[in-house]
Design a binder for this molecule. Structure first.
Ligand SMILES: O=C(O)[C@H](O)[C@@H](O)[C@H](O)[C@H](O)COP(=O)(O)O
Length: 266
């Protein structure tokens, strides 16, 4: 069972970030009340990082027991561990360095040094700890399996957060690329049209194992991709259409991003 995407418009990007921060805090509190712990998959990108900053400054930030939250990433750029381009580094600066998360429950992608200090790998890309994106993807799949329920390949995340590319990509799953049809839990991405060319990404089946998926979109430059996503396109052409949760799928958008939808939809 998957949930039909539901559009939730917001006046502007600032309000979208603040309202989504409030929603995320509530979601994590509810997950902890129901199951004793919660899990979230983070995204990079402009609005994804603005959302994390808004969580940090929210008056309700301390209502979450951050030591009982598993933190994952939807995708990562295969760049050195200290690169400012890494999604996990941006997320740490925006939020994770400022809240009492348990480092053992924070799972950066493609950054072995962050999991186990030291341990040089022969031929590894400078300081990432991995020889290639394939080995990073395989190790992330093993991490996910280790936190999954018996018999499942990946955890049932409380919420997967995703940004949207102007051509409809989510995580690092790009239109008409091998990653978008991959069935393993995590893929290595090569020749990515958005730099850098090498990345690691959760696949659509992994995203679809989440209880809730939230696609968060701000800006006029995303309006065509939002409209395409609600026009009956499929995931090969518009990967975002494959990003659906088991219980709920929300498209949290600002007015500019919704501007090319037919009037009744926005
Ligand atoms: O590594 C990345 O590039 C991101 O994970 C990517 O999937 C991003 O979320 C979208 O491209 C939206 O990014 P912007 O909000 O910056 O346009």
């Amino acid at each position: 069972m998957t949930a039909e995407p539901q559009l939730v418009p917001h006046r502007d990007a600032g309000l979208l970030a603040r309202a989504t921060a409030a929603r995320l805090i509530t979601r994590l509190i509810d997950g902890q009340a129901a199951r004793g712990e919660a899990s979230v998959v983070l995204t990079g990108g402009g609005i994804g990082i603005a959302l994390l900053r808004a969580v940090r400054t929210s008056p309700a930030v301390d209502a979450v027991d951050w030591s009982r939250v598993d933190v994952w990433w939807g995708d990562e750029r295969f760049v050195p561990a200290d690169s400012p381009d890494r999604n996990d580094r941006q997320a740490r600066e925006a939020l994770l360095d400022h809240i009492p998360v348990d480092p053992k429950r924070v799972f950066p992608m493609g950054h072995r040094a962050a999991q186990t200090a030291g341990g040089d790998v022969e031929g590894a890309t400078a300081a990432s700890g991995y020889a290639d994106p394939e080995s990073a993807a395989a190790e992330y799949a093993a991490l996910l399996a280790g936190r999954a329920a018996p018999g499942a390949a990946v955890p049932a995340f409380d919420v997967v957060l995703l940004g949207l590319g102007p051509e409809g990509h989510v995580a690092s799953l790009f239109p008409n690329s091998p990653g978008v049809v991959a069935t393993e839990p995590v893929v290595a991405v090569h020749d990515c049209p958005k730099p850098p060319p090498e990345r690691i990404s959760l696949t659509l089946p992994t995203i679809q194992s989440a209880r809730e998926v939230w696609v968060i979109v701000a800006g006029e430059e995303k309006a065509a991709a939002v409209a395409a996503s609600f026009s009956g396109a499929g995931p090969i052409d518009v990967p975002a259409t494959g990003a659906v949760g088991r219980e709920r799928t929300l498209w949290l958008v600002d007015q500019a991003a919704a501007s090319r939808l037919p009037a009744p939809q926005r």
